[in-house]
Design a protein around this ligand. Structure first.
Ligand SMILES: CC(C)(COP(=O)(O)OP(=O)(O)OC[C@H]1O[C@@H](n2cnc3c(N)ncnc32)[C@H](O)[C@@H]1OP(=O)(O)O)[C@@H](O)C(=O)NCCC(=O)NCCS
Length: 170
């Protein structure tokens, strides 16, 4: 039986363990810790099974460099599930519930850099269709979705993640 809930104090070690197991490097662990410390862990949900944390998703603020850019965007990163539990719907449940939480909190749009074949199912589309570029020189893999109707109608510019993400540039 899986339970989804917001991150709370005391979850830090369990969240670290998920990212260490799911990703090949420790960068995501570092990212999560830095975002939390900076107060930019805007929406952070954990999936639990028998009171143990088995998955985590985090959304942090992004801005769009450009004229007339809408505010209120969040970037989904990272999302991870313990490898032994992959393919059971935990990742999808975290992504869907996380996006709902972002929408409920009044955020206008979300972006993600990941596998198009995975993220399309949640409503993400290629971000360049909305006139949005990225800092990472990727095309198909950079995706966006409106959380408020027509939030990205007049969007144009480059999406900038918060400075904690600079650790992926070195
Ligand atoms: C990506 C991840 C979170 C998915 O979690 P999960 O609990 O296994 O996902 P779900 O069970 O909800 O969904 C599984 C589906 O996603 C698909 N899928 C998983 N990883 C995928 C990928 N990289 N590309 C495309 N499809 C993928 C599976 O084939 C499966 O498809 P199906 O529903 O048609 O059978 C998990 O594989 C993970 O932790 N990966 C390592 C960390 C990572 O790469 N995170 C994403 C960073 S952007």
């Amino acid at each position: 039986m899986m339970n989804l809930r917001s991150e709370r104090a005391g979850d830090e070690a369990g969240i670290r363990a998920v990212h260490i197991a799911a990703f090949p490097s420790a960068l995501e662990v570092e990212l999560v810790d830095r975002l939390r410390d900076a107060g930019r862990s805007t929406v952070s949900l954990v999936a639990e099974m028998e009171s143990a944390i088995v998955g985590h998703v985090l959304f942090s603020p992004v801005t769009i460099a450009g004229d007339g850019a809408p505010g209120g965007g969040l970037g989904l990163a990272p999302l991870a599930v313990l490898p032994e539990l992959h393919g059971r719907g935990v990742g999808s449940a975290l992504a869907r519930r996380g996006l709902e939480a972002c929408r409920d909190a009044g955020h206008a749009f979300a972006v993600v850099l990941g596998e198009p074949g995975y993220y399309a199912r949640f409503g993400f589309k290629k971000a360049s269709l909305y006139g949005l570029g990225n800092e990472y020189a990727v095309d198909e893999a950079f995706m966006a979705m409106e959380l408020a109707e027509r939030a990205l109608e007049r969007a144009r510019g480059v999406v900038i993640y918060s400075p904690e993400f600079d650790l992926f540039k070195t």
